[in-house]
Design a protein around this ligand. Structure first.
Ligand code: AMP
Length: 224
């Protein structure tokens, strides 16, 4: 079975958390553009150096660079076999249009777009307390999901840090950019009849249940 969905929503709404649950449930390949950029930065590639200058300011990496990176990842054999869980891409209408062309070429049409909605105030609260493992990418929160040993990753034991773009000023800038660029992307998918709205302020378990309910609706429509 191949599941092909896109998770969309403001930074910190829990897209990454839901993507890893969905990966366990469906086997689809998670493709989070932000994570992919951060791994390029860790590896010190040219792409990583270029991306870092934008990411540290909370700005978007240029479309052409982002699209090329995602083209490479979406063309992988594993994606053809198991499908994909896109997270953080597309963030602009040109990216959405490029994605549609690419998925047409690959004959892997998008099945649904899950929009996780939450107020800006919740985003600021969640991201302000976020702790991230620089080694394995696991995410914690000072209040709602503290690590078992303070300052250490439960999964790999590395020292946790605060992402450079999780500083208060940068969070506000990311939210501004989200509303400015991603609002039109939401309209784009609404017009195509692919958009499913989900309350992102609910608990992670409830959000996951809502996503699965929407997915089973999509599956039923496929087999009807
Ligand atoms: P995220 O982990 O999704 O919050 O992404 C972190 C940062 O990576 C963003 O603030 C952008 O600078 C960059 N980024 C991630 N995805 C994209 C994208 N689709 N287009 C442009 N920049 C992106």
């Amino acid at each position: 079975m191949s599941t092909r969905i896109l998770l969309i929503g403001p930074p910190g709404v829990g897209k990454g958390t839901q993507a890893s649950r969905l990966q366990a449930q469906t086997g689809a390949v998670p493709l989070a553009s932000g994570d992919l950029f951060r791994s390029e930065i860790r590896e010190g590639t040219d792409l990583g150096r270029l991306a870092k200058s934008y990411i540290d300011r909370g700005e978007l990496v240029p479309d052409s660079v982002t699209i090329e990176m995602m083209r490479g990842r979406l063309s992988a054999a594993r994606v053809r076999e198991f499908g994909f869980l896109l997270d953080g891409f597309p963030r602009t209408v040109p990216q959405a249009e490029a994605l549609e062309r690419l998925l047409d070429e690959l004959r892997l049409p998008l099945e649904a777009v899950m929009l996780l909605e939450v107020d800006d105030a919740v985003v600021v609260e969640r991201l302000g307390g976020r702790l991230t493992c620089p080694n394995c990418g696991e995410v914690f929160h000072r209040v709602s999901r503290p690590p078992q040993v303070e300052g250490r990753c439960d999964r790999c034991g590395s020292e946790l840090g605060v992402r450079t773009d999780d500083q208060p000023e940068t969070i506000r800038e990311r939210l501004r950019i989200y509303h400015q660029n991603t609002g039109p992307v939401v309209d784009y998918y609404e017009n195509k009849g692919l958009l499913r709205r989900i309350d992102g302020s609910a608990s992670p378990d409830e959000v996951f249940r809502s996503i699965l309910a929407e997915l089973s609706f999509v599956e039923r429509a496929k087999s009807a």
